[in-house]
Write a protein that binds this ligand. Sequence first.
Ligand SMILES: Cc1cc2nc3c(=O)[nH]c(=O)nc-3n(C[C@H](O)[C@H](O)[C@H](O)COP(=O)(O)O)c2cc1C
Length: 209
Amino acid sequence: MTPDELLTTTRSVRKRLDLTRPVPMELVRECLEIALQAPTGGNAQGWHWVVVTDPERRKAIGDYYGRATRAYLASKSSAGALFQDDPERAEVQRRVSDSAAHLGEHMGDVPVLVIPCIEAPRLPEGNQAGLWGSLLPAAWSYMLAARARGLGTAWTSLHLVYETEIAELLGIPSEVRQGALIPTAYYTGEAFKPARRQPLDDVLHLDGW
Ligand SMILES: Cc1cc2nc3c(=O)[nH]c(=O)nc-3n(C[C@H](O)[C@H](O)[C@H](O)COP(=O)(O)O)c2cc1C
């Protein structure tokens, strides 16, 4: 795979996660070693990576995630409710919603759940780009490294509705914040395709807005 292929075909894998095939911890460690090469503000490296494989803990997280997903999908701001005035986009959104609902019912069955975290005794007031910019690029690197090794992942965040409960379940200290929940498994089927996005020129601002 070329770098461009990797970058354009790392999709959110939900329905195609293989829930039956164990993922070797060595492979997860390899992906995390690569993630640690990402930049952090001041080279602080205040990140932590909670990897959950224990079936009971995965089920507990999956239950919280499922509850949050069902509430989200029933809300007016859910992916499936967006862009209803554009039939083409509405159809894409319907598929995202359908796929998200599927993951909502199966999160706890995914063999490996990765929760990227960052030390943040207080959340900054105002713009938080400096904080999350020191965690999320590494999380994306993890997902790219996983894809390069035949693993599927999906960026998810709905578990954050229950961030406190999940922190308690996993013993995450109160000054550590969670940034995402990344289900990780082998995937079924063959290829992934680049996604259709809105045109670059709609969002490109050359020399000013
Ligand atoms: C900040 C963020 C939060 C997301 N949260 C969820 C989530 O909780 N559940 C989910 O199924 N997908 C979630 N997604 C995945 C998006 O739905 C997905 O990236 C988008 O539909 C584009 O699809 P693609 O990643 O396959 O290109 C999230 C993505 C981002 C960047």
